[in-house]
Design a protein around this ligand. Structure first.
Ligand code: ATP
Length: 450
């Protein structure tokens, strides 16, 4: 296999994100907070679109899935039963001189990278953030910020079963924040201490776990490809026996070729019956399922596809990023799938002449009821197109003097720069069709790569 190189440098992505308001450093005016990031006006739209696309694929369009939104703070016993208090740790060493702490597996010699001082023996450091519930800060009031959303699903298994009449196999999906006091962070939004997950816990009959495991791997890979990720930039990696988490029978990572190299985008684990058994024994409540066919109580197995919203965001951006020669300059553009693009349409009057502005503003008011739409009348039309290309807006609608006579406007397609002219009264239906994949001119608007 020939070695692939990443599509784009991280600096270009970070710079685009800051320049155009996708992502800012958290608390920037105070110098930023390490590894925390804020999604700006365009970032928040794109992030919502990613979550929406995931929800649509795994909940809305399936008969065998329902959603959940559990709280971040959970009963502390949850984390004992799940094994997080005991096992969710990284080995840390401390410098005896400057007291900085490091991950012990980052070192081959016994010297602090900062001051060269001697390091202590490794100690296990729990990655869960602790806080206190209520006014008294004692051990009885310790609660944790969840390090994954999954546990909220396991503890609600019976509630969902009782209220939805779902039978096996079925799954529960959840999107939400998770927190890990990671020792090594970095690579922009790739590894942060506060992040968002999109997790599925899919409950199956024990003897069917392998086929469901395979089918979810395929399903999840296709989701990324269908939304624009180049197939050859995705790889599956099976965990070796020594790296399998304590709960997992089998696990594959979907890795993406990020700017810093191949790294995990999503993990898909076969968790067996570990979680339901643990929570049943810790809580004393039955989490079994009555199988009508065999008339027996069984404990379902769980297949868990667990994706990161922020890592998906980074992967979609990197894969969409492109630069093309444009006379003496460079056209930067994001070939984002229309479903993910933060702004779907930009309305651009050719000039600020009142008659044009009036028509353009009417179009803007009409279209924005359907989609996120930009109105832009500043600077030359060429510059305005470039501004939209750089943020991935699939279509620009231009109103010119001809529009005043023939009641038509021009739609320009981001990727091909081809243009079509349509009656203003048909703009909405035409754009709706094009945004959902209808061919633009002679070119398809968008096709899966690779
Ligand atoms: P890694 O080995 O990269 O730390 P992990 O194997 O610990 O990841 P999981 O516990 O499988 O990650 O979490 C599922 C998904 O949640 C990951 O595939 C990733 O997309 C996301 N995720 C996990 N930790 C972080 C983090 N610190 N920052 C951003 N996203 C994260």
């Amino acid at each position: 296999m020939t070695e692939l190189t990443p599509r784009v440098d991280m600096e270009k992505i970070v710079s685009l994100c800051q320049r155009r308001g996708f992502i800012f450093a958290s608390s920037e005016i105070y110098g930023g907070l390490s590894s925390c990031w804020d999604y700006g006006p365009l970032g928040v739209e794109m992030k919502r679109n990613i979550k929406h696309a995931w929800w649509r694929a795994v909940v809305q369009e399936r008969d065998d899935m329902v959603g959940l939104d559990a709280s971040i703070l959970m009963h502390p016993q949850t984390w004992e039963a799940s094994g997080h208090i005991e096992g969710f740790t990284d080995p840390l060493v401390e410098c005896k001189n400057c007291h900085l702490r490091w991950r012990s597996d980052d070192f081959t010699d016994n010297k602090c990278s900062s001051c060269g001082g001697e390091l202590t023996e490794p100690r296990q450091f729990n990655l869960m953030f602790k806080t206190f519930m209520g006014p008294v800060e004692d051990t009885a009031s310790i609660v944790y910020l969840r390090p994954e959303t999954a546990q909220g699903i396991f503890v609600n298994f019976q509630n969902v079963l009782n209220t939805t009449r779902k039978r096996l196999p079925f799954g529960i999906a959840q999107i939400g924040k998770a927190f890990r006091n990671e020792i090594t962070t970095g690579n922009f939004i790739f590894r942060t201490r506060e992040f968002e997950q999109m997790e599925i816990e899919f409950f199956v009959k024990p003897q069917t776990d392998k086929e469901w495991f395979d089918s979810w791997i395929e399903e999840r890979l296709n989701w990324y490809v269908n939304l624009g990720i180049t197939r050859e930039n995705l790889r599956l990696r099976q965990h070796g026996p020594e790296e399998l988490a304590h709960y997992a029978r089998d696990c594959y990572d979907i890795n993406y070729l990020f700017p810093m190299g191949w790294a995990e985008l999503e993990g898909i684990a076969n968790r067996g019956d570990f979680d339901l058994i643990q929570h049943a024994s810790s809580s004393g409540k039955s989490l079994a399922y009555f199988d009508e066919e065999t008339k027996q109580q069984i404990v379902p197995y769980i297949i868990e596809p667990s994706a990161g919203v922020d890592r998906s965001f980074l992967a979609f951006l990197c894969d969409a990023y492109d630069e093309e020669p444009d006379q003496e300059e460079t056209r930067v553009l994001l070939h984002l799938h229309p479903d993910l693009a933060p702004i779907k349409v930009a309305v651009l009057p050719l000039s600020r002449r009142e008659q044009l502005v009036t028509v353009a503003k009417q179009i803007y008011a009409d279209l924005r009821r359907c989609w996120m739409v930009n109105y832009d009348d500043a600077q030359s039309i060429g510059r305005r197109y470039r501004r939209q290309d750089e943020i991935g807006t699939p279509f620009c609608v231009t109103v010119d003097f001809q529009s005043l006579e023939d009641n038509q406007a021009t739609i320009r397609h981001r990727d091909t720069m081809n243009q079509i002219r349509v009656p203003i009264s048909e703009l909405k239906t035409t754009l709706a069709a094009k945004l959902s994949g209808e061919r633009f001119d002679t070119q398809p608007l968008w096709t899966a790569k690779g």
